[in-house]
Design a protein around this ligand. Structure first.
Ligand code: GZL
Length: 334
């Protein structure tokens, strides 16, 4: 996860790393690779899995953009297992791809395999999620959202939703967390808590919090347990729409009205999330844009050709309240 300070420090590191990677490619004419795009770029991509609507849209965006760019794409689905991603990256190294890109399922445990990629002079681009590493040269850049800011935005949105709903007394929050150890789960919780502690310390309380692993089934199962143990929950903060949609099934099964008895704020902005919001079952959604494919392919080309790129290329995204859902629904691209 990049702080502002790290970002600036890393920018220098990247120039060196990027330069090194580029020099390696330019000097390594034996590999047949050359700059200037004379040879088709081969990109090895390891995807987290297919756990949510967001992920499926992200996969489609990467595949379509690689095709559009004329790259040879080697793609693997890790089924949310880190060991599968590490195996895929090792396979791409063995195949001597030009660039490796991946969305790391969790933030830790990557240094060894990234050092192998560096030794093979294959530049690595992170997409979507970040990693924790002591060596900034192990990857060139991250193309993805600011999850901590998404958490802050969700808390600020919840304040508006609570006021609109006229909710009085203590706001008792159930939090459905994303995959344990994943950057979006860690950072969304952090950003939400930052705003809660600063602006709502007296009247908001997270009464229960547990991972639903970013899946509908997880959201449904965990929300049912929440309602058993904490029947007075009046707000749900879900780290993604798929868990919110699963939770809605359990809320209704318990005879409560989602969006009314239990106010819901979620993150992603997938089409099904907007459908639920247009039906009054979700009160607000913080967008997290999965359509990173074109940005990723642009960065891959620059990295392959030895250009220096920013350490973090952030995606642009909006925030949507319930009264905007119907109008926005036809515009949703994922
Ligand atoms: C966020 C992404 C998360 C989404 C989930 O960029 O990593 O993973 O919020 C997805 O829907 O499973």
């Amino acid at each position: 996860m990049l702080s502002r300070r790290n970002f600036l420090t890393a920018a220098v590191g990247v120039a060196a790393a990027g330069g090194l990677a580029a020099c390696a490619k330019k000097d390594d004419s034996s590999s047949g690779s050359s700059s200037g795009g004379s040879k088709t770029i081969t990109l090895g991509f390891s995807q987290v899995g297919a756990e949510s609507g967001w992920r499926s849209a992200n996969t489609t965006s990467v595949k379509d953009a690689a095709k559009e760019a004329g790259y040879t794409l080697k793609f693997s689905d890790a089924q949310q297992k880190q060991e599968n991603q590490i195996s895929a990256i090792r396979s791409y190294i063995a195949q001597k791809v030009d660039v490796i890109a991946f969305s790391p399922v969790v933030v830790t445990g990557w240094d060894a395999v990234l050092k192998e990629a560096k030794a093979a002079k294959i530049p690595v681009v992170l997409t979507d999620r970040s990693v924790e590493t002591s060596d900034d040269s192990l990857y060139v850049t991250l193309v993805g959202s600011d999850f901590t800011d998404e958490g802050r935005r969700a808390a600020k949105m919840l304040a508006t939703v609570v006021e609109k709903a006229g909710l009085k007394g203590t706001v008792k929050i159930a939090q459905l967390e994303g995959t344990t150890g994943a950057a979006p789960a860690i950072e969304r919780a952090k950003g939400f808590k930052e705003v809660m502690d600063a602006d709502h310390a007296d009247d908001w309380k997270i009464v229960v919090s547990q991972t639903g692993d970013f899946t509908r089934a997880g959201g449904k199962q965990v929300m049912a347990a929440f309602l058993q143990s904490n029947p007075d929950i009046n707000v749900l903060f879900a780290h993604n729409d798929d868990m919110a949609i699963g939770a809605i099934q359990s809320i209704e099964a318990a005879g409560k009205k989602p969006g009314k008895d239990i106010l819901i704020v979620s993150i992603d902005g997938v089409k099904d999330g907007f459908v639920a919001m247009s039906e009054g079952k979700i009160n607000g959604i913080v967008e997290c844009n999965p359509l990173l494919g074109p940005q990723l392919m642009d960065v891959v080309k620059k990295v392959h050709e030895g250009e220096t790129v920013e350490r973090w290329i952030k995606t642009k995204e909006g925030d949507y309240l319930q009264d905007q859902a119907k109008a926005e629904l036809p515009n949703r691209k994922y």
